[in-house]
Design a protein around this ligand. Structure first.
Ligand code: ADP
Length: 506
């Protein structure tokens, strides 16, 4: 639904909650607007605001549905996700366009956001036929021993706006295939994408109560949901402040939480790097999604021997980026999400200037080419950044890149590791030994060799070290999301017909 200026939004257009298989408006708490960040006069949707009673109802529905859903054979739960993958594939284009409208990323990235959800639905759908545990021999005769994965129960899923389809799918798909039921609280910046995704899952045959959607603000709806006594566990992706706050609340109530939070990711460019490739990687990592990815490359650590050459090439490439509405063909970079991020990023740019970093490109709002009504910020590059500066330590989450000079390989590794985060890092070098040492010594959950800091694939775990995250990682593979959404249960079966004592009968 869009407000094209000709049509007023009506009650029928309100983006509703989805509770126990029904689309409902909240209990009298009003609505909030989702606006297009490329043009703030364009309202993408009006979403219902949830009250505590709505969350209570959603939790009750999920608790009730859990009783049957956990008993449905996992391959059949998986089939529902496989159907969802097909529906998402058919709807990819229109959902991708909606992502661009509501969140601002350029259309190829909007389509990529949906593709990630499709990949995850196929991957987790097929997990329905694996979900494997272990069978091991018992030390006693007439006895067997195995471990099985069991669902945790009812999950609160709290998601951000930067991947409005992919991140919810990253949580919903593994949760559901493992037999959990969920209450999904999307970011209040992207309720329309969330509702469209849930609608597709409904169409795929997810039974009532298994997935519930509640809209609302983080502090009210999100916190009430996460701390609700009917919630067994929480999966959160968002800012470090909110995540750490929720970790504290969950710790006190003994609720497991998986939290994916910030990053201050860096690319190392060595003196032997293929500089053309490194510049492309720095542009994609630094300015892709307007720098609003948790894996964005916000620091480029460049060897002094190629420092000046790299800066010249990097600035040249960044100044060619075409900024505008992401739906327009040929656009390279869209707006940032909302007014508060817009202001925060501009404040960081001021901080960088005050700290004495060299501003060589951008540094302000971008208002040309029909961009005056949106939250556009110029691609911004700071050079001669000291690794201790705030702009080199704090997550900016915008199109601002810090270039740091380094004297050696060891220096570069130290600079990259010296932040409170550890999500993604990368090195450009032709030296096989240096790449191996970087693999070993970079302290981050993901390391790229001769590639940018973004581009994770869904079949391996996603997440990081230090303040980046807590709990098992997201996505697939060993140590991935299934460790969040299942608990291990160990079963010993004695068919000897007599009392046998482990460790004692020898
Ligand atoms: P961002 O706005 O950058 O996405 P936030 O951490 O503020 O980062 O928000 C991520 C998600 O967490 C959103 O869905 C938001 O509504 C929710 N949220 C924010 N504050 C809280 C809170 N105190 N308790 C629970 N959820 C919250």
């Amino acid at each position: 639904m869009t407000n094209d200026g000709k049509r007023r939004l009506t009650m029928a257009d309100i983006i509703k909650n989805y509770i126990n298989g029904k689309w409902k408006t909240g209990h009298g708490a009003g609505t909030f607007r989702s606006i297009n960040p490329a043009n703030k006069t364009n309202i993408v949707g009006l979403a219902t605001r949830s009250s505590a009673a709505d969350v209570d109802e959603a939790v009750d529905a999920a608790r009730e549905a859990f009783k049957e859903w956990r008993l449905m054979p996992a391959p059949r739960r998986g089939e529902v996700l496989l159907r969802a993958a097909e529906i998402l594939s058919r709807g990819k284009k229109s959902l991708g366009m909606l992502v661009t409208q509501e969140m601002g990323k350029i259309l190829p990235e909007g389509l990529g956001d949906v593709q990630e959800a499709i990949d995850m639905a196929y991957y987790m759908g097929s997990e329905g036929r694996r979900l494997s545990g272990e069978t091991v021999p018992s030390e006693l005769p007439g006895k067997d021993a195995k471990s099985v994965r069991v669902p945790v129960g009812v999950f609160a899923l709290i998601t951000p706006w930067n991947f409005p389809v992919a991140i919810p799918a990253w949580k919903i798909c593994p949760a559901l295939v493992a037999g959990n039921t969920v209450i999904f609280k999307p970011s209040s910046d992207t309720p329309v994408c969330a509702a469209r995704l849930v609608g597709m899952l409904e169409q795929a045959g997810v039974p009532k109560g298994v997935i519930n959607l509640v809209h609302g603000a983080g502090k009210e709806t999100g916190e009430y949901l996460a701390t609700h006594p009917g919630i067994d566990a929480v999966s959160f992706t968002g800012s470090c402040d909110t995540g750490e706050h929720l970790e504290g609340l969950c710790g006190r109530t003994h609720k497991p939480i998986s939290a994916e939070m910030g990053g201050k990711n860096a690319i190392i460019v060595m003196d032997d790097a293929n500089l053309e490739l490194a510049v492309e990687g720095a542009i994609w990592g630094g300015f892709g999604t307007s720098g609003q990815r948790c894996t964005a490359a916000s620091r480029i650590v460049v060897h002094e021997a190629v420092y000046l050459k790299f800066i010249k090439m990097f600035k040249g490439a960044a100044s060619k980026l075409r900024i505008g509405n992401g739906l327009k063909k040929g656009t390279d970079m869209g707006p940032v999400i909302n007014e508060s991020q817009f202001t925060k990023i501009l404040e960081y740019i001021e901080t960088g200037k005050n700290e004495g970093a060299g501003l060589i490109l951008g540094g302000g709002p971008y208002t040309k080419n029909d961009c005056a009504n949106g939250f556009f910020i110029e691609p911004t590059i700071f050079t001669d950044v000291d690794p201790e500066m705030r702009i080199a330590q704090e997550e900016i989450f915008g199109p601002v890149v810090c270039v740091i000079k380094s004297g050696s390989f060891e220096d570069s590794i130290r600079i990259v590791n010296d932040t409170r985060y550890g999500l993604s890092s990368s090195i450009y070098t032709q030296d096989v030994n240096k790449s191996a040492l970087a693999e070993r010594d970079l302290d981050s959950g993901i390391v790229y060799i001769n590639a940018s800091t973004i581009g994770a694939e869904i079949q391996l775990p996603f997440g990081g070290t230090k303040h980046t995250g807590l709990g098992p990682r997201e996505a697939g593979g060993r140590g991935g999301a299934l460790d969040t959404y299942t608990r291990w249960k160990v079963i010993y079966r004695d068919f000897s017909g007599r009392l046998q004592k482990a460790q004692i009968d020898r």
